[in-house]
Design a protein around this ligand. Structure first.
Ligand code: FEO
Ligand code: CA
Ligand code: CA
Ligand code: CA
Length: 589
């Protein structure tokens, strides 16, 4: 329309039609390339993927399952880099032939020891060198950087809680060594070139019950333990609460990994708190300290911020080796007048002391959730990814949904009861200082279909019938400071559209206006949006394609809702990382 052309927005691509079908779609003028699929060989000697012959040994040398976070670490010249990818979880019903059609929770009881070992090897992460040749990205087989991290990779705990008695087990009497990372959802890449990876729903991996009257009982309840979704605890003592009651305290952390050294030991940074970590995106503050924003993805959980004590030295991994071990973790309180406060989670302050059951900073960190609630943090509608715009310094909080919120619980920062579609909160730190105690905030969009008044959805006026979305999850800024949203939970049934990528205006008269760019095949969610520094490539992660498009109709290996990306009758659907580029080249518009 004339009105639109008179106030041009930041985005200039032709909008994609929303919908659901068995394949991936992108806006006209763009092309997509499947770069890495579950099972793709990562090492020169790795076996080709064969779903009928899959083994843990093979899986350890192949790309893992359910790619979520994607980070790009440039290597010298443009056109080369390291892709760091989280493998969040596994879908046995889509991975293994011959399982009975059933819900996932009952499936786990029937998995074989080898299938469980495959699952453990398909978790974790991958470091893959990639190179751009003739407009196509390719994995560099034989790169010295290639690495698979799994649920068995040795790691260490560092920071204030490391070594605490509540982290000690029979296998690790020092409380400093852990095997593996699990359910790593989103993350971040630091300015010194390391990869931060957030352990999210770690509670699903633990079987059994704590011994009667055990000191971890309240802690275990707070984190939802006792609802296993995996069979690992049948085979591994460490995933059985009755036998290893402290093991859950060794999960739920942000893990820092040096992708340049495949022999380096990943570090679980306890200073960043223990909860269901979504992401760990950061920004260097004006005074040089590194600030990481952290979401705890569960209904009524909180928004966190970590500020390092020391200044970051961009580009120098050695200089920042211990940076994330000392700093202040805070939790957000969003007040009704549009102001907010970061409440420090520091032992001995604000009543976080022995009388409240926190004998040390280690206790505060191991039970971060309880400490946050104790301080009066705001109970949010599932905080997922949180990122600061590198151009404006404003911070965006993805709140994916919370259908349990009651009308009595409506409050300005979480304004809708039965919040099925989520919303996005914008934070403006006082004086642009990410270390400041105070901030201003407002709701940027209330997601859902604005044409349905009952949803109380609200987007900017230029948003089309394809342009609105539900359930924001991940986000990314391009080099120009434009915001891109990835969703988790749209479906034919929920919103009449697949998950995907939407570009969201944050500045000027079109603020809050959203435009559809890409959508995933049925059953998939959209993860990992990540731009190369020149904005010419957008990497996206297609997670769990082929799951049921409607949760009431579970899909199976024999009958997935799609066989993307191979579309072969003998190949299951495969989670994959996709590279998106403009036809003919140039920055994504
Ligand atoms: Fe793994 Fe919060 O999504
Ligand atoms: Ca996910
Ligand atoms: Ca997520
Ligand atoms: Ca999610």
């Amino acid at each position: 329309s004339l009105a639109e052309s008179a106030t041009p927005g930041a985005f200039d691509f032709p909008e994609l039609r929303a919908g659901v079908d068995e394949t991936l779609h992108v806006a006209e003028g763009y092309e997509t390339q499947v770069l890495l699929r579950w099972g793709d060989p990562l090492f020169p000697d790795a076996p080709a993927f064969d779903p009928a012959a899959q083994s843990a040994e093979r899986q350890q040398r192949q790309f893992g399952y359910n790619n979520d976070f994607v980070g790009f670490v440039p290597l010298g010249e443009s056109g080369r880099g390291l892709l760091v990818v989280n493998h969040e979880y596994t879908n046995p019903e889509l991975m293994f032939p011959g399982l009975p059609a059933s819900d996932r929770r009952s499936l786990v009881a029937g998995l074989s020891a080898e299938q469980i070992a495959v699952e453990m090897a398909a978790h974790g992460g991958s470091v893959v060198e990639i190179a751009l040749e003739g407009g196509q990205w390719r994995p560099v087989l034989g790169s010295p950087y290639t690495r698979r991290i799994t649920a068995e990779t040795p790691m260490i705990l560092t920071g204030p809680a490391a070594g605490h008695e509540r982290l000690r087990t029979a296998a690790d009497p020092e409380g400093r060594s852990v095997r593996g990372m699990i359910n790593n959802c989103s993350g971040g890449v630091t300015p010194w070139g390391t990869w931060l990876s957030g352990e999210e729903n770690f509670h699903y991996y633990f079987h059994g019950r704590l011994p009667e009257g055990h000191r971890e009982a309240e802690n275990a309840k707070r984190y939802g333990l006792g609802t296993p979704m995996y069979g690992w605890g049948r085979l591994h003592e460490r995933f059985d609460l009755a036998r290893t009651p402290n093991e859950p305290n060794r999960f739920g952390w942000v893990v820092e990994i040096d992708p340049f050294d495949p022999a380096s030991v990943p570090r679980k940074r306890t200073a960043l708190g223990r909860f269901k970590h979504e992401g760990a995106a950061g920004i260097v503050d004006g005074d040089g300290r590194y600030v990481v924003y952290l979401g705890d993805d569960e209904r009524y959980e909180h928004v966190y911020r970590f500020v390092s004590d020391a200044k970051a030295v961009p580009g120098d991994r050695a200089a920042n080796a211990d940076l994330l071990d000392s700093g202040t973790l805070s939790v957000a309180r969003f007040d009704a007048d549009g102001s907010g406060r970061w409440l420090p989670l520091v032992h001995g302050s604000g009543g976080l002391d022995a009388a409240a059951g926190f004998a040390s900073q280690a206790d505060v960190l191991i039970e971060t959730r309880r400490a946050a609630r104790f301080l009066g943090a705001t109970r949010m509608d599932r905080p997922e990814d949180i990122e600061a715009n590198p151009r404006t310094g404003r911070v965006y909080v993805m709140l994916t949904n919370n259908t349990r919120r009651t009308p009595e619980e409506e409050e300005p920062a979480n304004p809708r009861a039965k919040n099925a579609f989520g919303h996005i909160v914008e934070i403006a730190p006082d004086n642009g200082d990410h270390g400041a105690e105070a901030f201003r905030w407002e709701v940027l969009v209330r997601c859902g279909d604005p044409a349905v008044p009952a949803t109380r959805a609200q987007f900017g006026a230029g948003t089309s019938a394809d342009g609105w979305f539900g359930m924001p999850d991940n986000c990314a800024f391009d080099a120009r400071g434009r915001l891109w949203i990835a969703t988790d939970g749209n479906s034919r049934k929920a919103t009449g559209r697949a998950d995907g990528i939407w570009a969201l205006e944050t500045e000027g008269p079109r603020r809050g206006t959203s435009r559809h760019f890409l959508r995933v095949p049925s059953g998939a969610e959209m993860c990992g949006p990540c731009f190369t520094p020149d904005d010419e490539t957008l990497f996206v992660a297609v997670q769990h394609p082929g799951e049921g498009d409607d949760e009431a109709v579970p899909a199976s290996y024999e009958a997935p809702s799609t066989r993307w990306p191979d579309f072969s009758p003998t190949m299951p659907p495969r989670p994959s990382v996709v590279a998106v580029r403009r036809k003919g080249g140039g920055p994504i518009a």
